[in-house]
Ligand binder design. Structure first.
Ligand code: ADP
Ligand code: MG
Length: 458
């Protein structure tokens, strides 16, 4: 009986987690008992069981429950050993096992690799390209073509929720579709460390090395995680070098540029900088609107009959500037709420339903902050921003600050004038106009403004 349920669960899992994951991790599982709310499985190695436990046990439990078997826990045991070695048991140093155990679990190792599960939604198709991410997108596309390695590694960096993971998954999907024989391994730096530590503990470090050195494409997400973790960094460095030597593509992501990751070894930093380093800039209004439109289209198809009034998406793109994840969350909530109450999505509904998110996004930029950043950028004193000097190398930055104050805050001209040492509102207006005029011809000024805007709004 339980076996039948397990067969059904396996079928569903195969569809849900993809063929590679299924053959690597689910097929080798042997269900032994389904009693007392516990599903017990035999697994080839402790490491294997641990991995399945971390990555798939929620799936497995949910599906077993759906099949009518009330289970709340899954245990994975290496059969030759006592039950005390079950993964869910308290930490216990694992006994040495035959080194080949892990390998045999992956005997169909041709294209099955123990990476993290890829999110099926993170494809190039669903990635909206705009100015802030066009370079990163182009580089990712290039890698996804799978041609000769032209830059190694591709290093993607940027703030939270700007699409790094999305792009990496998209590369993996695309590579797998185009060249199914390629061994593409994607995992987070945290998983890398975790597997490394496990391999050390289980005395399977040779297997570990072999797996990582035999891939065609290695992608490690959020590499800043290994900063300060010395032996993991060491191992990562060797893996990295071995792959680069074989001319295998590596893709890395981090929340900041290689040189800015604290406690990352210098030799790793410099290796990272050898490839192509591209950043994902904070989103701009157009990109946010594009993402919202794409999402809204999807939801409209899901929740048939829902209406959305004009201007709502524009409002959200304008007001929620933090990151894409928050933006998506807002839209998801909005559609769920509207379908629940059966109302059209209007501006009022959005304001009601998203009050907390809108409030949190409402970080008020002050004129002082603008003055400080602009002064820093042009290397002048903050006091000169406010003071009376009329030299051009001071007056121009001052006008830039006036312009940005007008653009980025809701202050009136007289209010801005007061913060600039009690200047008249006509002086501020003149400054703003001057910059607007110069902007059309002065590309350096344009670059400055863009950079400053980004710094101030991030
Ligand atoms: P990061 O890894 O940089 O923190 P993620 O890749 O996890 O960010 O992105 C966060 C969320 O925002 C994901 O749901 C992702 O699909 C979405 N997202 C980010 N950028 C874009 C984009 N340009 N187009 C569509 N969705 C995006
Ligand atoms: Mg990420």
């Amino acid at each position: 009986m339980p076996k039948n349920a397990w067969l059904k669960v396996r079928e569903t899992l195969a569809k849900r987690i993809g063929k590679n994951n299924y053959t690597s991790w689910i097929e080798p599982l042997q269900l032994t008992t389904l009693e007392d709310g516990i599903a017990r499985f035999d697994v080839p190695t402790t490491f294997f069981g641990d991995w399945v436990s971390r990555n798939f046990s929620d799936h497995i439990l949910a599906l077993l429950n759906a099949e009518g078997h009330p289970v709340g826990r899954a245990e994975f045991t290496v059969p030759a050993q006592s039950a005390a070695n079950a993964i869910s048991a308290p930490e216990k140093p694992a006994a040495a096992k035959p080194v080949k155990a892990l390998k045999s679990a992956q005997r169909r190792s041709d294209d099955e690799l123990p990476g993290a599960t890829l999110d099926a939604r993170f494809t190039f198709d669903s990635f909206v390209v705009g100015k802030p991410n066009e370079l990163a997108h182009a580089a990712a596309r290039r890698v996804a073509e799978g041609g000769p390695v032209t830059f190694n590694p591709l290093f993607l960096y940027g703030g939270v929720g700007l699409g790094k993971t999305h792009l990496m998954h998209a590369i993996a999907h695309e590579l797998q579709a185009r060249q199914p024989h390629l061994r593409v391994l994607y995992l987070s730096a945290e998983q890398f460390m975790y597997r490394f530590v496990q391999a050390l503990r289980d005395k399977q470090i040779m297997d570990f090395k072999e797996i990582f050195r035999s891939v065609d494409v290695l992608m490690v997400d959020d590499v800043q995680f290994i900063a300060g973790k010395d032996s993991t960094q060491e191992e990562f460095f060797h893996t990295f070098n071995a792959l680069v030597d074989q001319n295998k593509q590596i893709v890395i992501s981090a929340d900041r540029a290689p040189g800015e990751i604290k406690d990352l070894e210098d030799r790793i930093k410099s290796r990272m900088q050898c490839g192509l380093v591209v950043d994902l800039h904070p989103t701009d209004y157009e990109l946010r609107l594009g993402i919202l439109q794409q999402k809204a289209e999807y939801y409209m198809a899901q929740y048939k009959g829902l209406q959305i009034s004009g201007g709502v998406l524009e409002f959200l793109a304008h007001r929620i500037t933090t990151n894409v994840r928050v933006l998506e969350g807002a839209l998801t909530r909005l559609f769920a709420f509207a379908s629940l109450v059966g109302r059209e999505i209007t501006l009022e509904l959005a304001q009601d339903c998203l009050a907390d998110i809108l409030r949190a996004s409402d970080r008020k930029l002050t004129i002082e902050e603008i003055q400080r950043k602009v002064a820093e950028h042009y290397n002048i004193r903050l006091s000169d921003m406010i003071g009376p000097k009329r030299l051009r190398n001071i007056a121009r930055p001052r006008q830039v600050a006036m312009y940005l104050a007008k653009q980025l805050t809701l202050r009136s001209l007289p209010e801005i004038g007061r913060r600039f040492g009690g200047r008249d509102h006509t002086t501020i207006m003149h400054g703003v106009r001057k910059i607007e005029e110069l902007m059309t011809s002065d590309s350096q000024l344009n670059d400055d403004l863009q950079l400053l805007r980004r710094l101030l709004q991030s």
